[in-house]
Design a protein around this ligand. Structure first.
Ligand SMILES: [Zn+2]
Ligand SMILES: [Zn+2]
Length: 270
């Protein structure tokens, strides 16, 4: 694992003999502590990816925006197609040169939920002709992001609406990059949080429902702890324990790790 300086790729994992390339871009701003920055180095487990094989899928994370929200760029290098999961403010400045480097076209923007830190950069990307996907229960946030103004920092940030092209629901599946992606609805942090589950790769991109050792806050508009707890137990803890969980903030974890150790939604009875 390789660590770089500020604004540099902080990790490059993957063998020359295979197609796996994972770059991690860390942008340190005044709101990210050194500890958080360092943690990003552990975001991906290269052994896991080698064992299970993402084939021609290149996976990169961009922690971006005002509060270091993880955006994930997945690219099929054979098809020359990419999708982006979540769009923090300014993420396009980071993603565009990588797409050029890979020679891939961005085919879809999948949004885990409608909070400003996950969709602040979405309208800019949509204007380039990219289709957007999200859950209708967050329609208010997507189309009227001003309702979150009391919660945003810095308070004068630009909040641009995004009009979702494809509404997704529980148990929907979508086909992108030649992959099948299963949709699970995990409300509680907000009404319309969904996760994107890649069964073949045992990977779930969960937004702000669950973090490594923590859970999404439930004190924001539309948040509710019992709902979130139910979502985590029924939609995330029911996945295979080996499943890698990629949260909207901070490092990756696994379903098994959270079942065993998560202090907010314990998976085991004491
Ligand atoms: Zn959120
Ligand atoms: Zn967030």
């Amino acid at each position: 694992m390789i660590f770089g300086g500020m604004g540099q790729p902080i990790g490059f994992l993957g063998g020359a003999m295979d197609s796996l390339m994972i770059k991690m871009f860390g942008i340190l701003n005044e709101r990210a502590s050194i500890a958080e920055f360092t943690n990003l180095g552990f975001l991906f487990d290269s052994e896991y990816l080698r064992v299970h094989g993402w084939g021609m899928i290149d996976l990169r994370v961009f922690p971006a925006g005002y509060i270091q929200t993880n955006a994930f760029l997945l690219s099929n290098l054979e098809r020359k197609e990419s999708i982006l999961i979540d769009a923090p403010h300014f993420v396009w400045d980071e993603v565009e040169p990588v797409l050029k480097e890979l020679g891939c076209e961005l085919k879809a923007l999948l949004l885990t939920h409608g909070h400003y830190d996950h969709m602040g950069g979405a309208s800019r990307i949509q204007k380039l002709g990219c289709s957007t996907y999200g859950h209708r229960d967050d329609q208010l946030f997507y189309e009227t992001p001003e309702v979150m103004r009391p919660y945003v920092y810095p308070p004068d940030m630009t909040l641009e609406p995004v009009m979702i092209d494809h509404w997704l629901e529980q148990d929907d599946t979508i086909e992108l990059l030649g992959e099948t992606i299963e949709i699970r609805h995990v409300p509680g942090h907000c009404p319309g949080n969904i996760l994107f589950y890649f069964a073949v790769h045992e990977a779930a991109f969960v937004g702000d429902a669950l973090f490594a050792g923590s859970i999404g806050r439930t004190d924001l508009k539309g948040g509710d702890f019992p709902t979130l707890e139910k979502s985590i137990r029924e939609q995330i803890y029911t996945l295979d324990p080996k499943t890698n969980v990629f949260p909207g903030h901070g490092p990756q974890t696994t379903v098994g790790q959270e079942i065993e150790t998560n202090p907010f939604v314990p998976g085991r009875k004491a």
